[in-house]
Design a protein around this ligand. Structure first.
Ligand code: C2G
Length: 144
């Protein structure tokens, strides 16, 4: 496929505790183009977002790069880099889950903007709560 035929899809996220909601987002993103490039939130940027990932940036990057729907991963360090990234990468489509609907419409000056429906009933937050509740239960079981 020549460079001119490539259709670059750009998305961003923390992708902590990688789960089916992330996979389905990336799978649908991959159906919108020929190459999916992910801006992965660094640990410092997560702190700015008020998030603390369970997994380090390097571990989250390692897992994303192993995903069949992802072609490239680079660091997302701040909110303002998206338009520069879109130009730098020649993005044709910018994709986010619809929990971000409207927040990135300014990207339409650089590429198509697509908000995809979030996968219900799965999230990093829910996974953390499940793990925490199981840990509490385990701690209540008297050692055998
Ligand atoms: N997502 C989804 N379904 C879920 C959970 C997440 O489709 N059940 C999508 C989100 O909408 C997002 C992507 O998966 O498009 C990554 O989600 P997060 O890791 O939670 O990303 P977030 O913290 O929202 O960071 O600059 C943008 C930010 O970096 C986005």
């Amino acid at each position: 496929m020549t460079a001119s035929q490539e259709r670059i899809v750009l998305t961003y996220g923390t992708f902590d505790l990688f789960h089916a909601g992330h996979v389905r987002l990336l799978q649908r993103a991959s159906e919108l183009g020929s190459k999916v490039i992910v801006g992965l939130s660094t640990d410092d940027f997560n702190a700015l977002k008020g998030k603390q990932a369970v997994m380090s940036y390097e571990d989250r990057k390692c897992i994303l790069e192993a995903c069949r729907y992802v072609d490239e991963v680079f660091p997302e360090n701040h909110w303002e880099q998206k338009t520069f990234d879109a130009q730098r990468l020649g993005a044709d489509v910018f994709v986010m889950g619809d929990d971000w609907t409207g927040k990135f419409d300014f990207m339409s000056g650089h590429c198509d903007v697509v908000y995809l429906s979030r996968t219900p009933d799965v999230s990093t937050t829910l996974l953390k709560k499940k793990i925490s509740s199981w840990r509490n239960i385990a701690q209540q079981i008297p050692s055998l």
